[in-house]
Design a protein around this ligand. Structure first.
Ligand code: SAH
Length: 348
């Protein structure tokens, strides 16, 4: 007898095929999805519309366990960071970010990352492995299970550890599973996939019907290639062309993330160049002041400089928002996620 397979790896059609191959009725898959995702019952014995014999057989076929939470940290601003054990000695982080009318879950797609962006902490931990769809779904459910009844996750962003488009099959499958009307029924309009710029896979974001965010971070190929090596493979013009195509086909604005690194990407000329590059693209610009981490070699610009950059873009008519720094005291802010052991507390 083979080991039970994780329930969370299956889409509804896949579960139906799997059960049929075991000689079970197809509609059992809907029943199971409802019990597990909608009622959050994690014990087959309690699934009372299934026969007793089937209930007893199920634990040998399907495993309902979620990634285990190793630690949880709570920031003074309410942001919560979870460290998950994903087996084989590996772990990933997810961050839950409250705001006025949203509760956003930032999920990881990989343990570590191979994109080697110079300013990102996760990049220091090279890619250990890609997560499975079930491990991504598992981050969502494990966090959702811990919320009080009056709270629910309203948005999912693939902005945690890893490059989602380096692991597209698992990422898009996890979105299908969470979107299933027999499952969580999570709206695709509330899901954002962020990429460092794997251009040939951007059309898959469009096909999946979710929102696209792109980490632009540089306004010319010289600077961008220096801080994001992936730019050597797919330079800015190609990346923005792919963004334009996504915007045309989806009718959606693309979010462009732009990290402000002191004296590298934060000048007024950079703000103007950013505007020139993006003014014909339906987009919103999300500026992210650099979050410091040990030995990064980069600095966060002063508040005055950050404000000047943002104001210049506003003056030029760009749709620009400053991403509020959340969870910096617990190392949960953008670009601070890692599961490597060095985690010195930071003075704010
Ligand atoms: N790999 C994907 C998903 C990660 S999203 C991507 O690159 O889009 C993480 C975001 O945080 C990216 O926009 C990245 O540019 C930004 N970031 C990385 N390190 C940062 C840091 N130290 N401070 C602020 N933002 C950072």
């Amino acid at each position: 007898m083979s080991a039970p397979q994780s329930f969370f790896e299956f889409t509804l059609p896949e579960l139906r095929d799997h059960l049929q191959s075991l000689g079970k009725e197809a509609f059992r898959s809907q029943q199971l999805f409802r019990w597990v995702y909608q009622m959050r019952v994690d014990d087959f014995e309690q699934m009372t519309n299934l026969s007793k014999a089937f209930r007893q057989e199920l634990p040998q076929l399907l495993d309902l366990s979620l990634p285990r939470v190793l630690t949880e940290a709570v920031s003074s601003d309410g942001t919560r960071k979870f460290l998950f054990d994903v087996g084989d000695g590996q772990s990933v982080e997810s961050v839950l970010i409250p705001s006025k009318d949203r509760l956003t879950l930032c999920v990881s797609s990989e343990v570590g990352c191979n994109m080697a962006c110079k300013f990102c902490y996760t990049a220091k931990q090279k890619l250990k492995r890609r997560l499975s769809a079930g491990e991504i779904v598992g981050q969502f459910l494990a966090v959702a299970d811990r919320l009080p009844p009056e709270q629910r996750i309203t948005n999912i962003v693939f902005m945690g550890m890893g490059e989602p488009l380096d692991n597209p099959d698992a990422v898009f499958k996890s979105i299908e599973i969470l979107h299933s009307p027999w499952g969580v029924g999570f709206s695709k309009r509330k899901v954002t996939v962020s990429t460092s710029g794997i251009v040939p896979l951007i059309p898959r974001v469009t096909q999946a019907g979710v929102r696209l965010a792109v980490s632009l971070n540089g306004v010319n190929d010289e600077v961008r290639s220096r801080i994001m090596p992936i730019n050597k493979r797919w330079p800015i013009a190609e990346l923005l062309q792919a963004c334009r195509q996504h915007a045309d086909e989806s009718g959606d604005r693309v979010t462009l993330e732009y990290v402000l690194l002191k004296d590298v990407t934060d000048s007024i000329e950079d703000a103007r160049a950013l505007h020139r590059l993006t003014r014909s693209l339906p987009c919103k610009i999300n500026i992210i002041p650099f979050n410091e981490h040990p030995n990064s070699g980069f600095l966060r610009p002063s508040e005055a400089r950050i404000a000047r950059f943002q104001e210049e873009l506003m003056r030029l008519g760009a749709h620009v928002l400053r991403r509020k720094t959340m969870g910096r005291d617990i190392y949960a802010a953008c670009g601070q996620l890692t599961t490597a052991p060095i985690q010195t507390p930071i003075a704010l």
